[in-house]
Design a protein around this ligand. Structure first.
Ligand code: ATR
Length: 290
């Protein structure tokens, strides 16, 4: 059963929230509210459907109403960079904001996504990115953060594929400047990969195709596949990967680790990881796996 918070909602309740569009699929409220309950905090976490044109007003409103902090999800992470008073080093480094802390210094933007990708790939697929060969699908907001993080982790080879190739080219140019030791290519590899990572949004909708055209790159040429999507828990990409005998992981671990870091930024307390993981699993799979 999901954990319930025994502290009553009252005039002292602190609020956090996620802003996104669409937002109804989000498992973040389940994860954070379980964590607040575990620590006996009189805090609550909500989800708001916020359109991009209203994002600035929504952030300003949350601050005016003394929210503790907010998360941002699709399509707000790049837009929010220009909507905070201060950028933490993490947001400057990865060029996107997924967490805001409201404090005496106004709104501070953080990025807790990038580290979460590497942590989840290591935990869920037992892949150390240093020296790995990776094919990354997608060059939108999530793809850009993933590409920069993979390069910063010193992958040996990074192949970028995106429907709009110019966006992959731009990221490749940026990586060449920032991380000259990483071998970066735009297009499909001819050699074997350690990991295929999906950062496109293909797979979110029930009738979506797989983002990987197997005529151009066969699943047989990779040991593992990671999909940043966590709902549905098994996308067509992951189903095909499993069928080919690859190790697979969905984006639940990434959601967990970015959320745990955000929790610590807002509350100043150590995140109860196991409780948060269980809440996510119950929310997404209907029952806890761990
Ligand atoms: P996010 O913040 O989740 O990354 P985004 O910036 O809108 O969202 O990026 C969506 C990604 O999914 C992009 O890589 C996009 O490809 P384009 O850059 O060509 O738009 C990819 N994507 C979305 N729909 C797609 C589709 N039908 N076929 C292929 N790629 C798609």
């Amino acid at each position: 059963m999901p954990q319930t918070n025994s502290t009553a909602i009252n005039a002292a309740t602190r609020l956090c929230a996620v802003f996104g569009s669409p937002i109804r699929h989000s498992a973040s409220p389940a994860m954070h509210n379980a964590a607040f309950a575990e620590l006996g905090l009189n805090w609550r976490y909500l989800a708001f459907e916020v359109e991009p044109k209203n994002l600035r007003a929504a952030i300003k409103g949350a601050r005016a109403m003394n929210f503790a902090g907010i998360n941002l999800t699709v399509p707000h992470k790049l837009l929010a960079v220009d909507m905070v008073d201060t950028l933490d080093a993490s947001a400057k480094k990865w060029g996107a904001v997924n967490t805001i802390l409201f404090g005496e210094r106004g709104a501070t933007g953080f990025n807790t996504d990038a580290d979460a990708i590497a942590t989840s790939v290591r935990e869920d697929l037992q892949i150390n990115l240093r020296g790995a060969k990776v094919l990354l699908l997608g060059a939108g907001g999530a793809g850009r953060t993933a590409a920069l993080k993979l390069a910063a982790e010193n992958v040996a080879e990074l192949f970028l594929v995106n429907r709009t190739q110019s966006k992959a080219n731009e990221i490749a140019d940026e990586i060449k400047k920032q991380f000259p030791s990483v071998k970066i290519f735009v297009g499909f590899p001819k050699s074997k990969m350690d990991l295929v990572l999906n950062a496109t949004s293909l797979g979110l909708k029930p009738d979506d195709a797989s983002p990987l055209d197997e005529k151009l790159f066969s699943m047989k040429n990779t040991g593992a596949v990671y999909d940043m999507i966590y709902r549905p828990a098994e996308t067509p990409l992951l189903a095909a990967a499993k069928k080919s005998g690859c190790r697979t992981a969905n984006g639940l671990g990434m959601l967990l680790h970015q959320g745990a870091k955000a929790f610590e930024i807002w509350t100043g307390k150590t995140a109860p990881l196991a409780v948060m993981r269980r809440a996510l699993e119950e929310n997404v799979y209907g029952s806890a796996k761990s």
